[in-house]
Design a protein around this ligand. Sequence first.
Ligand code: ZN
Length: 121
Amino acid sequence: MDKKDKERFKKILLQKKEEIISKIVEFDSESKEIEPEVAQDLADRADNTYTKEFLLSLSTQERKQLKLIDQALIRIEKCTYGKCEMCGEKISKKRLEAIPWTPYCVRCQEKAEERTEPEPL
Ligand SMILES: [Zn+2]
């Protein structure tokens, strides 16, 4: 993956992250004003209770996605983005365009889905 692609996917991922985080801001706006930057910062340090409350207000799906996005951003920094976390094969660009935060290639994703138990809520 060249630098241009990397930058492009990074942008898409950051946009998606902001989209999810903006829901945290919405959630908070009833109690007090919060800047998007602050929300971003809070989400980045998700170890405090305050943030956890916000994150809990998101659906399981959104929280899962936020985590996957963060992991994908780390992979971009480490230059391992675009490689399957399970088998190490390249993930097709078509797949990355559709799901930029995916850690797995199609084959491994299918295998993982077969194995995965329904998540307890
Ligand atoms: Zn794979």
